[in-house]
Ligand binder design. Structure first.
Ligand code: PMP
Length: 362
């Protein structure tokens, strides 16, 4: 498959070649059923097996106990920005947010916009995450939850520890879900959209402690209610069946790579190849995030030549088959997103391009 590029897109992002080939082999005739799975009923036995297996495999991968529900939800992660306050702050009007970048800020703004709770932003910085002491000093034991984004996709800031709090901790893991082992018991809820680390856009996975699933505001739309989604096994309406099928294949692919410990080690190796190249560049390449909280998934970086010449490096990298390296439109520069499915060869090609470009331009 030499016509495949090394795709550094932040999402929708690269998927494992093995998964794409498996899906391709079933495209016209899913395992002898004579139809693609997307042409079949979500209530039929073929899809039923797919969704059940996907849930079981996800539970095995992460180690999710029975007192947590796994929900396959239609739509992007942004729906959860609304669903979280709607579902979780009914009896307790105060909610707390840690802001470390665009996505946690957007989530806090949506909670404020709904006007149903008192939104307390307890930390606001895009270059680092709060220390345990900073969190402890601000966290309110009476608040309904503490919300944060485990990996800020745009700023490249990733938590190394789960924030400790005596209230349910809610994590947006959209850009680092399944990238390393986590202790699910430390969270009230984690969620992630699929299009970065485990499938096509249109699907979000929510893992939530069952005792947090309660009756919500009467005006909360039915399809945003965790109680309704759980009671209907994620099938109150037609779920994104094809996306769930692909996600299930990705879960099996991760298992074949040594599960989360195996993939986590590989991800660290890939990220350090880029960070080391930057550190050894005598200041030609730079990373905005502080070293203690640099992301293993999304690496924003700049060079000393400035934004005017950014396109030049991207063209240089493209000649080496490395594409979609532009930084997010809000901050410019470059960004390498190196999710689970980015092969080591892709990272090797990128760091070689960075070294060659520096040599030719400094
Ligand atoms: N959270 C994070 C961390 C993200 O990276 C994104 C998407 N880039 C979102 C939330 C929003 O996801 P969606 O576009 O699926 O709503």
């Amino acid at each position: 498959m030499s016509d495949r590029v090394f795709n550094f897109s932040a999402g929708p992002a690269v998927l494992p070649l093995e998964v794409l080939k498996e899906a391709q082999s079933n495209f016209l005739n899913h395992q002898g059923t004579g139809a693609n799975i997307m042409e079949q009923s979500h209530r039929g036995p073929v899809f039923d097996k797919i969704i059940q297996e996907a849930e079981a495999d996800l539970r095995t991968l992460i180690g999710i106990p029975d007192d947590y529900a796994v929900l396959f939800v239609s739509g992007g992660a942004s729906f959860q920005f609304s669903a979280i306050p709607l579902n979780l702050c009914k009896d307790n009007k105060k909610v707390q947010y840690i802001q470390t970048g665009t996505w946690s800020k957007t989530a806090a703004e949506e909670a404020k916009r709904l006007g149903i709770c008192d939104v307390d932003v307890i930390f606001n910085d895009t270059k680092r995450v709060p220390t345990a002491e900073e969190i402890k000093a601000k966290v309110d034991p009476e608040a309904a939850y503490l919300y944060y984004c485990d990996n800020e996709t745009i700023q490249g800031v990733e938590f190394q520890e789960v924030p400790e709090a005596p209230i349910p901790v809610i994590a947006d893991m959209s850009s680092n879900f399944l990238s390393r082992p986590i202790d699910i018991k430390k969270y009230g809820m984690v969620y992630a959209c699929a299009q970065k680390n485990f499938g096509p856009a249109g699907l979000t996975v929510v893992v939530i402690r069952k005792d947090l699933i309660k009756e919500t505001f009467p005006f909360c739309p039915n399809l945003l209610r965790y109680s309704v989604l759980e009671a209907n096994r994620s099938m109150k309406n037609t779920p994104p069946t094809y996306a769930i099928y692909i996600a299930g294949l990705v879960f099996k692919w991760i298992m074949s790579k040594g599960g989360l410990p195996g993939i986590g080690e590989l991800n660290r190796t890939k990220a350090m190849m880029i960070y080391d190249t930057i550190a050894q560049s005598n200041g030609f390449w730079n990373v905005p995030a502080e070293e203690t909280c640099r992301s293993m998934m999304n690496i924003p970086f700049t060079n000393t030549l400035g934004q005017d010449r950014a396109k030049e490096f991207m063209a240089f990298a493209k000649e080496r088959n490395c594409v979609t390296l532009a930084g997010h439109r809000s901050i410019g520069g470059f960004r390498a997103s190196i999710y689970n499915s980015m092969p080591v060869e892709g990272v090797e090609a990128l760091v070689q391009a960075m070294k060659d470009y520096q040599q030719a331009n400094q």
